[in-house]
Design a protein. Structure first.
Length: 465
């Protein structure tokens, strides 16, 4: 058999796979060389260190076998010189800083793309149910667990084959999982879906006549998930406000941010109205989450979310405003918005009342950019710098000063580097799993810029003045 190194010249030895393998496995060098009889006994581990003068190998001619006794020179170099890519050194420190910042931003962008593609992927034991023919009788419903009913959908905690904990969504309206778009940031994608005969009392728990009646229904199977309605979450947040006002307002901002993100997705699809009952909005919390994840669950296609009589429909901006008021403990927000008699004085007890008032005024304008502007303000309230403040006059809201913008750019560069460092230290490089809060924070850091930060800060400062 021809020796695989017979065509390698001494000039490019340092770049061949043989040499790289020896360097990378330096601690196991003797074992590697035991498999290479062509190597002279004179080679030791130090021969491949920094400044090694030569590699003693056999004579090599083109097309001939390796001989013995020839010394091939090895280029003096550090381990870093083994890179095949050309090194780039910028002329100034500023250029090097810019290159590092650009590399950090590109890396965070790639991580965000990876997370976005895998956010609907099941990693738990429930994944085995994807390829199993399921029947409703295979599941045992937990009698002492809490049941959440939203419209014609009921969510139950259950166990499959006595060892896998799942959550079942049961409905008679056939919301096919195929209609839940993967591009929708607020979509709920089940692990498995099947149809079977189910007791109707599981859906209509208030109807005692349905106890013995069976009907055809659709069942979704998901990993164990806590499911709540908007009203239930609002009530729990109101209790939190009594002891932790800052945490309460931050949670309100984050739920509202997710809602606006989902409404912007509907806006892109050309949907301008939603059902005023908002019974397709729910919040879930998975095992790896510490915050609620907002879900928009359509019965059929995405456009079905606007089903209902015209007098009970809300525009997208009205929907966002109604949810904000609901979370801020305002009674009957939909009726107040439709009647147009809401007064912002109701929010006087909130420390961030001026910020919420600004967001509400933007949403009431119902412009094409209102949702985007409200989203930017919410992101700044949650993750923006709190220690950067400037003397801004109302006439200067749209003006971006160079010094101020540079300060926000430096903050953004450092924040991106810090987050990237934390991800590298705490996550597996190819299996990054983030909570919903971390996902949105990463999206904010990747997509925002210094100009946007400064404009959001200027608007908020004008309101506080």
């Amino acid at each position: 058999m021809r020796n695989p190194f017979s065509r390698v010249s001494g000039e490019n030895l340092s770049g061949c796979k043989f040499y790289e393998r020896v360097v990378l496995k330096k601690g196991n060098l003797e074992k590697v060389y035991a498999k290479l009889p062509i190597v002279s006994p004179g080679i030791t581990e130090s021969s491949f260190g920094i400044g090694a003068p030569s590699c003693i190998l056999g004579d090599v001619d083109e097309g001939s076998e390796v001989g013995a006794g020839t010394i091939w020179p090895c280029r003096k170099s550090s381990r870093l010189s083994l890179r095949k890519a050309k090194s780039v050194v910028h002329k100034s420190l500023e250029d090097n800083y810019g290159a590092v910042v650009s590399a950090n931003h590109q890396t965070l962008t790639q991580i965000l793309e990876q997370v976005s593609m895998s956010q609907h992927t099941t990693t738990s034991k429930v994944k085995i149910l994807e390829d199993v023919q399921l029947h409703f009788n295979d599941f045992t419903l937990l009698e002492d667990s809490r049941v959440t009913v939203i419209g014609h959908m009921a969510f139950y905690s259950a166990i499959w084959q006595q060892n896998i904990e799942v959550t079942l969504m049961i409905t008679d309206k056939c919301p096919s999982a195929a209609n839940q778009s993967l591009r929708n940031p607020c979509a709920l994608i089940p692990t498995a879906e099947f149809e079977d005969h189910i007791p109707m009392n599981l859906l209509f728990r208030h109807n005692t006549d349905a106890d013995d009646r069976l009907g055809r229904g659709t069942i979704w199977v998901m990993e164990r998930t806590r499911v709540e309605t908007l009203e239930n979450v609002a009530d729990s947040l109101h209790l939190q406000a009594e002891t932790d006002t800052e945490g309460y307002e931050r949670e309100v901002c984050f739920v509202l941010l997710q809602l606006i993100n989902g409404l912007k997705h509907l806006q892109v699809l050309g949907i301008e109205e939603v059902n005023g009952q908002m019974d397709e909005f729910l919040l879930i919390m998975r095992s790896n989450d510490t915050n609620y994840r907002f879900v928009i669950l359509s019965k059929g296609s995405d456009s079905s979310i606007a089903d209902g009589p015209p007098e009970r429909k809300l525009s997208l901006c009205q929907c966002a405003l109604a949810v904000m008021l609901l979370l801020l403990n305002v009674e009957s927000p939909v009726r107040l918005i439709q009647n147009g008699n809401f007064r912002w004085e109701r929010l006087k007890l909130l420390s961030s009342r001026y910020a919420f008032t600004l967001i509400g005024d933007i949403l009431r304008q119902e412009r094409a950019t209102s949702l985007s502007q409200a989203k930017l303000l919410l992101e700044y309230m949650i993750w923006g710098p709190t220690d950067l403040s400037f003397d801004v006059q109302p006439s200067e809201v749209n003006y971006v000063g160079s010094d101020d913008e540079k300060a926000y750019q430096r903050w953004l560069d450092l924040e991106r580097a810090t987050v990237l460092n934390n991800l590298i230290r705490t996550q597996s490089l190819w299996q990054i799993r983030l909570t919903v809060f971390e996902e949105y924070m990463l999206s904010f850091l990747v997509r925002t810029c210094a100009k946007t930060l400064h404009e959001a800060a200027a608007q908020l400062q004008v309101m506080y003045k």
